[in-house]
Design a protein around this ligand. Sequence first.
Ligand code: ZN
Length: 379
Amino acid sequence: MSKKLKKNVIVICIDGTRIDRAQKSKVIVNDLPGRIFFSNAITYAPYTNSSMYAVFSGSYGNRNGCSSYWHSFKFNGTRFKTLTDYLHDDGFFTYADIHSKLSIPKQGFDNFVVYEESENEYTSRHKDLLNKMKKLYDDGTNFFLYLHYDGIHKGIMNSVLKVYDNFSTEFFNNRSKNESRYDDLFHESENYLQNLLNEITFLDLWKDSIVLILSDHGCSVGEKIGERAYGSYCYDYTLRTFASFIASEFTKQEISNQIRHIDLMPTLLDYLEIPFDPNYESIDGQSLLPLIKNQKFEEQIAYSETANPLKENAPPKKPNTKSVRTTQWKFIFNEYNNTKELYDLQNDPYEEKNLIGTDLEIEEILFNELLKLQSNEIS
Ligand SMILES: [Zn+2]
């Protein structure tokens, strides 16, 4: 007798998607049955690798070891079991197609394919993979497919990162040009995603799969001098992105509660009824299923950190800019010059009015939370 199959898992990462664009996108906020759109998903790190290692491990980088651009190899995979490991152990065939071997943990993948940097044919590549996985499933094997779209990322690298520095007046004085450059890249990503969603429909995989679409971080269009793309600061235009689950039995909705990228992995495990492995470290995230099902759910503080390169060309090895965030407040600690920032996100979503030192009680509460979270080490 063949093994009872679970739902397949398809994760699609649209690298560098801004939340304002995602919210207005009919492709991302689509009409598919069972589509949950989280509009307040906070990344651990506003750059690719540490963000995605946190997604895969359900844990912050200061615990899992991948806390900077340089630290993919420091990920503690023997003590942190990844989403891929869990699915692989459960009999899933695991496949990743990605632009860089350093962007996600490789462990647990049966097939880990790094595509060429010049690759532009994401759509046909990834449609092919969906077809291969469908065949595998029809033959009686569950699959986990991870697809990384780096078109926005690559476009920003070529037309922003290689052209300007973090303080170029030519960049910061041309906001509308930055916006339209970004929009062009974003529209291409929408075309890609629409094609993949169509293919999943064509292959009739919705009823047999849970799909997670997310972005690892956002991107600047010139909001704050000192950051021409991402990775320097902890402001919402890079920390706040989206996450969208699509599963046939969910009730379609948009959820504006703050959630964290570290919550995505435990949500998938909870959904697939895969228990945590007690031989590994406990994770930082929590399942979002209660929130999706309108049950009792308590918002958690989101911790983020990054290593601001300041005037250098490359980021330092240790994070020097840290933040804690609630739905209402953001507290930032710039360790490199010992300054703090406090923003009322409800009334000041663009983080323009620093309320530090204005006798708000929340200032000390959040600073203490930050100190607690940044010193969290493996127990
Ligand atoms: Zn990225």
